[in-house]
Design a protein around this ligand. Structure first.
Ligand code: UGY
Ligand code: MN
Length: 305
């Protein structure tokens, strides 16, 4: 007689084969029944692993108590992993959060890392606040107001317009980077919820620049910000020494290089977060042996007046 575990393994294999042929990602009942196309990333195990397993202290600095590369100035901040402070996220269950950017700095948005533990669930943002979530590690499910459920793995993202009921759940440990901002309403324009995956976003033209650019949200007027994914080969750098009215929140997902912010030049690596106030001079050069990838919040489509 076969053991229970053998029976379970065979049933699981059979179910996986059946569901492998289904291309749908969601069900009306609210159960995720099949891997969605946004899950189709084979190196999800190692992708962005430096973000959740950072080098807290380079070997030659390990004996220096109190050393951090973090910097906080009035027009920019660099927040490196050894300074992250996590505390329970209000409204969320079994989740620890570290706010890296907030209005207390002068930003009009928040950016935080949410570490969801086993059996955790998100809360809702405040009224009129929109939310963008990018999965850095693990696997989460997103359920919307109609009970439709989608699975998001590393490199997948979701945008939830203001006041849209939803929740994220995680059955294992997962790490998200979350952006929220009070939505800037525009007459006759209504943003829609969006779910996608970075590798399914087209590469866009970047006249005069060498880096590769993907935008995760539509560029149309209903959206008052966008999230850029920027890729640099080692040795590539921003051609424009940028100074602009937009604000940025940045998370370095892979690679290392030098970030210039105002008059300061910072060595940076995967796991580092940056806040850039409007008009702070900014420039980046990728160094080392592996390409750089960073994720960047940028407010767009609204009159700054
Ligand atoms: O679009 C941007 O403003 C972007 N190139 N800025 C940056 O990478 N610091
Ligand atoms: Mn910029």
């Amino acid at each position: 007689m076969q053991s229970f575990s053998a029976f379970f393994a065979k049933s699981f294999l059979l179910l996986s084969t059946i569901f492998g042929f289904l291309s749908i990602a969601v069900t009306e009942e609210g159960f995720c029944i099949a891997p969605s196309i946004i899950e189709s990333n084979s190196n999800a195990e190692t992708l962005y692993s430096k973000v959740t397993n950072p080098t807290l202290s380079p070997t030659h600095l390990q004996d220096l108590p109190g050393f951090t590369r973090s910097v906080y100035k009035n027009d920019h901040a660099l927040i490196t992993p050894e300074s992250h402070v996590f505390s329970p996220l209000p409204e969320w269950s079994n989740t620890l959060g570290a706010y890296l950017v907030s209005p207390a700095m002068g930003a009009h948005f928040v950016m935080y890392i949410a570490k969801m533990q086993e059996s955790s669930k998100s809360g809702l943002p405040p009224k009129h606040v929109e939310r963008f979530v990018f999965v850095v590690q693990g696997l989460v499910t997103l359920t919307n107001v109609s009970g439709i459920c989608q699975t998001l793995m590393v490199d997948s993202f979701a945008y939830l317009p203001p006041n849209s009921k939803h929740h994220f759940e995680s059955y294992e440990s997962s790490t998200l980077v979350v952006f929220e901002r009070r939505y800037a309403y525009l007459e006759d324009h209504i943003p829609e919820p969006i779910v996608g995956s970075t590798n399914q976003q087209p590469l866009l033209d970047t006249p005069g620049e060498v880096f590769q650019l993907r935008k995760l949200l539509p560029t149309s007027l209903p959206y008052d910000f966008n999230i850029h994914i920027m890729d640099f080969q080692p040795g590539e750098f921003l051609n424009v020494k940028e100074v602009h009215y937009n604000q940025h929140g940045l998370l370095l997902l892979e690679g290392q290089g030098i970030y210039r912010l105002g008059d300061s030049w910072y060595p940076v690596e995967a796991g580092d977060a940056i806040w850039m106030a409007p008009f702070v001079p900014q420039w980046y050069a990728a160094l080392g042996k592996i390409p750089t990838r960073y994720l960047l919040y940028k407010d767009v489509n609204r009159n700054p007046l």
